[in-house]
Write a protein that binds this ligand. Structure first.
Ligand code: ARG
Length: 589
């Protein structure tokens, strides 16, 4: 597991050496290196430095270039414009760095030296309720962040903060007591997620209708809430049935999403019940929270309602009940004090941002969050229909997540079937498997490829398109490489640093070189969309490479091996990158 410094960082180091040799006083100045279309890299840092030193930037740049000792990485450094450096690296340096990456199972990606423990709160559906596209986003983005952070060496604890507590359970449980067979299963056989949800749905609707129309039932339901909170055994056992039934459904959806959700990581709102009282006591005794009209509240200078009056975070209601905030504050205590988190990451809808802002600020005042332990909401936007309005069915109801996934899989299977021919010769089983991997990949990629906080349109036609910024495009790029490798006969991917590279080979190689830096940035900024963009660019570089550089019909055996080496590393990078996003790459398409 050797991490491989990128060519970019090697170049940066050479420039920094040149800078400190030419100008010992400016040893700490940043050359500001970046990839460039003109040459391989451009460095702009000397401009600012010259300004600071009141010198002539071009002269200074020339001095720096002269101070860089001869080496086999830098082929040419040209001073251009007002004092930029245009830098071209040698072909051999590109292939040698890539060979070092290829020799490592982690593709040379370094571990984060300051890794800590992150608790990620994601994939948190609600008991007895259907999952919708909002839950899709939290699950998909959260799962990608889990993989990405773990890959950089972070210790990750997953928490699925499911909505499994609240007054609605009084109504549900009371209804089940009065209609005891409503959750019974139609057969002895294992119940399907679909059946579980339809049972719950029916029960939810029936109990809600009764609650709204029958005052006596309402009274009984309210009394049931009190029993539940008091820990009455019979009531708790019935509550548990709702949770278990819902989990059958959740797991079936996560399974369809090709997502590994572990039961031990599901710690719902109820998991913090034992802490609520103490959380309130600590907040009240420390003065962070105050009693206001009977309720325990935390006030903020910058949170006001439309009438200009402060809107507090209510930790305990005046009737003694605890809500969402008390639970989240207790969860923070648990995650910091018991799980020893150094970062808390919440993958939650942007519409809950005010809640988290107030919860985090409260936790800071209480000292649970501080410079050593930070909390961040990775807020995501709304999924819109093709018409640009929040995604609804024609009847105006929220779209069931399962229906969407099934449709995506159906569409993708059609695409795979159409592309299939005598040469690819996929069996029916492979068509179905690939269809599922492409359909689910398409949904995940569409979700991950725009910055999370932005809304996006759920457009299946676009998502399963073979052209453009889609997972299908990337998956086909991968499968194409695998096909070429299968047809390579006895030629083995082998790096040949002595060869001269074509422009498309250099461009592909320099992009491959950036993988480690891309992953580090994505992890640091919690920005999976940047990984999606990196992979899409990689697939695009590969397409350009194919157009210009024949692999199996290369001029010489060495060139063929070297090109096989380049595409093989590309395939491994695509595969690894897509895996970090939770997307599979079928071998044959
Ligand atoms: N169950 C909530 C919902 O469906 C999301 C929970 C978010 N996490 C949290 N710690 N509050 O909206």
């Amino acid at each position: 597991m050797a991490s491989v410094p990128s060519l970019a960082s090697t170049v940066q180091q050479r420039l920094a050496d040149g800078l400190s040799a030419a100008l010992p006083d400016a040893a700490s100045a940043d050359p500001l290196l970046r990839r460039s279309d003109r040459a391989d890299f451009q460095a702009n840092g000397i401009l600012a430095l010259a300004k600071q030193l009141k010198g002539n930037p071009r002269e200074l740049a020339t001095k720096v270039v002269e101070a860089i000792p001869a080496n086999d990485v830098l082929k040419e450094i040209e001073v251009s414009g007002p004092g930029f450096l245009n830098i071209t690296v040698t072909d051999s340096a590109i292939i040698e760095t890539l060979a070092a990456r290829a020799a490592d199972a982690r593709l040379g990606v370094p571990f984060n030296e300051s890794a800590g423990t992150t608790v990620i709160d994601y994939a948190q559906p609600n008991v007895a309720k259907e999952m919708h596209v909002g839950h899709l986003r939290s699950a998909v983005i959260g799962a990608a962040m889990v993989e990405i952070l773990e890959f950089t060496g972070e210790t990750v604890v997953r928490r699925h903060h499911i909505g499994d507590w609240g007054t609605q359970f009084g109504m549900l449980i009371q209804f089940l007591i009065e209609h005891p067979h409503e959750l019974d299963h139609s057969s002895e056989a294992e119940v399907s997620g679909e059946e579980a949800m339809s049972n719950l749905n029916r029960l939810y609707k029936a109990s809600r209708a009764l609650f709204d129309s029958d005052e006596e039932f309402k009274t009984r339901a309210r009394a049931r809430v009190v029993d539940l909170q008091a820990g009455d055994e019979e009531t708790l056992a019935l509550w548990q049935r709702f949770v278990d039934e819902s989990k059958i459904y959740f797991y079936s959806v996560f399974d369809k999403l090709d997502m590994d959700i572990r039961d031990g990581d599901v710690v719902g709102e109820s998991g913090y019940n034992d802490m609520l009282q103490e959380t309130c006591r600590i907040l009240e005794e420390s003065g962070v929270a105050v009693r206001s009209e009977g309720a325990l509240c935390v006030f903020f200078d910058d949170v006001k309602g439309p009438d200009g009056n402060p809107v507090p975070l209510i930790v305990q209601k005046s009737d003694g009940g605890f809500g969402y905030a008390a639970t989240d504050l207790s969860a923070i205590r648990d995650r910091v004090q018991n799980l020893k988190a150094t970062s808390l990451l919440y993958v939650v809808d942007a519409r809950q941002s005010l809640h988290f802002k107030m919860v985090f600020e409260t936790a800071r005042r209480a000292g649970w969050l501080n410079d050593e332990v930070k909390a961040f909401q990775l807020a995501f936007g709304t999924v819109l229909g093709k018409d640009g309005k929040p995604f609804k069915t024609r009847e105006g109801e929220t779209v069931r997540l399962v229906d969407l996934l099934d449709e995506a899989i159906g569409r993708a299977t059609e695409v795979v079937r159409e592309k299939n021919n005598d040469k690819i010769a996929l069996t029916e089983q492979e068509i179905v498997e690939n269809g599922a991997q492409i359909g689910i990949g398409a949904v995940k990629y569409a979700d991950l490829s725009t910055s999370a906080v932005r809304d996006y349109k759920f457009d299946l036609d676009q998502m399963v398109s073979l052209n453009g910024d889609t997972s299908v495009y990337i998956q086909y790029a991968y499968a194409r490489i695998q096909s070429i490798k299968r047809n390579a006969g006895d030629a083995v991917p082998t790096a040949h640093p002595e060869l001269e590279l074509a422009p498309a080979e250099r461009a592909l190689g320099l992009h491959l070189d950036q993988f480690g830096a891309a992953v580090a940035e994505v992890a640091e900024e919690y920005a999976p969309h940047k990984l999606a963009a990196y992979l899409y660019q990689l697939a695009s570089h590969l397409t350009a490479f194919y157009d210009q550089c024949p692999v199996l019909k290369a001029d010489t055996q060495e060139q063929k091996e070297n090109r096989l080496f380049l595409i093989d590393l590309t395939a491994r990078t695509l595969h690894q990158g897509m895996a970090l996003l939770g997307i599979r790459t079928p071998e044959r398409l």
